[in-house]
Write a protein that binds this ligand. Structure first.
Ligand SMILES: C[S@@+](CC[C@H](N)C(=O)[O-])C[C@H]1O[C@@H](n2cnc3c(N)ncnc32)[C@H](O)[C@@H]1O
Length: 356
């Protein structure tokens, strides 16, 4: 395949299969390198360099991309600004984000707004006549948007509101979970979904408070309780020296549980692999290790029955002798990693991979 020069910094191989230029010079790890750079700039950089670079001489083929997480639309706007012949399916489960996508579509016909979850996408794509292996690129930027963060929907301890925590208006709310869940399950949610070290202690306090007939309905109720249990209301990040409310991880865990976010993310990775063309690109951004672990396990082929494998190595029998070829076959990944930004002083993890 011919090498093409698309701009001064990027040289790569144009993939005829997916109309995208795969920049060879960027096959490297950026561990720690971006510590000082705003993560959104890194995401934008990856989007522009991996999804918006195409052979300029080829005017026939339009690229089809999916922004799985439209949010405030910054990723989509970066594409629209940098790629002329493109169609972007803009998905979000949040009604407000969907309204924003619709407004953008009124101004720009390249945008196709879709209201729904990752798990709704196969049906949506089917109704739009998209088949497996038909999409050129995908963006998955998990977590909550700036609009959600500053809304009065209980996503963060910083804004006084009711503990709703739902990204859409279906299913159970955060306060319903807090007022119904048992202690053991709550501790598991806070630990595995929220990476909260004091999960058991906080879960016990929440259940005890419930039995004293004090309902936990508002952010101030939960903030106060967690601060009393831990003995402070701020956590200082040891690397960045930034401050966050001590209950932030409790919020993260509950929010991920309420919105079934980890299962949705697992499914998003399955969908990405099915719908991308060979040589199609996925760009992911995660805001926690617990989310990034799911993405990474899919990208490295550590998947059992379509689920990111959660088996810790300590449970593997080292006496087991495995045939090398069988092992290579078993651990083969449908992806090739192109780039990652895994700064140790930040929870934000970005990855770019190409479907083989
Ligand atoms: C971090 S924000 C994305 C920000 C976006 N990249 C931007 O430029 O503004 C994540 C968005 O994904 C949406 N989201 C999260 N999980 C989802 C799911 N399972 N299905 C659809 N949308 C989801 C959220 O509602 C939120 O708006």
């Amino acid at each position: 395949m011919p090498a093409k020069i698309c701009n001064e910094s990027i040289v790569g191989v144009f993939s005829h299969k997916c109309n995208l230029l795969i920049p060879h010079t960027r096959l490297k790890t950026h561990a720690n390198q971006f510590a000082q750079v705003a993560n959104n700039d890194v995401l934008k950089d990856y989007i522009v360099n991996f999804l918006c670079t195409r052979d300029q001489s080829d005017n026939k083929n339009e690229i089809t991309l999916i922004d799985f997480t439209f949010g405030d639309g910054n990723s989509t706007k970066a594409i629209l600004e940098n790629l002329e012949k493109v169609k972007i399916i803009c998905l979000d489960r949040d009604a407000e984000a969907f309204e924003k996508a619709k407004k953008l579509a009124e101004r720009d016909p390249r945008v196709i707004p879709v209201h729904g979850k990752f798990s709704d996408l196969p049906n949506v794509l089917k109704s739009m006549n998209y088949l497996f292996n038909s999409i050129d690129g995908i963006i998955i930027d998990v977590g909550i948007s700036n609009t959600q963060m500053s809304s009065k929907r209980g996503f963060t301890p910083e804004v006084d509101s009711v503990l709703d925590m739902r990204m859409d208006s279906t299913g159970i709310t955060g306060y319903q979970v807090l007022n119904a869940i048992d202690e053991v399950s709550l501790a598991r949610v806070l630990k595995t979904y929220g990476e909260e070290k004091r999960a058991k202690k906080i879960a016990r306090a929440i259940i005890e408070t419930r039995y004293t007939f004090k309902k936990l309905e508002k952010t101030e109720d939960l903030n106060e309780l967690v601060a009393v249990v831990v003995g402070t209301n701020v956590r200082i990040d040891p690397y960045r020296q930034t401050r966050e409310h001590i209950a932030q991880k409790v919020y993260n865990g509950l929010r991920r549980f309420v919105n079934n976010e980890l299962n949705e993310l697992n499914y998003a990775m399955v969908i990405a692999e099915k719908y991308l063309k060979p040589h199609g690109i996925v760009v992911t951004q995660c805001h926690s290790i617990v989310e990034d672990k799911i993405v990474k396990r899919h990208l490295t082929g550590n998947v059992i029955e379509n689920c990111a494998n959660d088996l810790a190595l300590k449970f593997i029998n080292h006496n087991l002798s495995v045939d090398t070829e069988e092992m290579i076959d078993l651990t083969a990944s449908p992806w090739s990693m192109l780039e990652k930004s895994i700064a140790s002083d930040s929870n934000v993890k970005l990855r770019v991979a190409m479907k083989n």
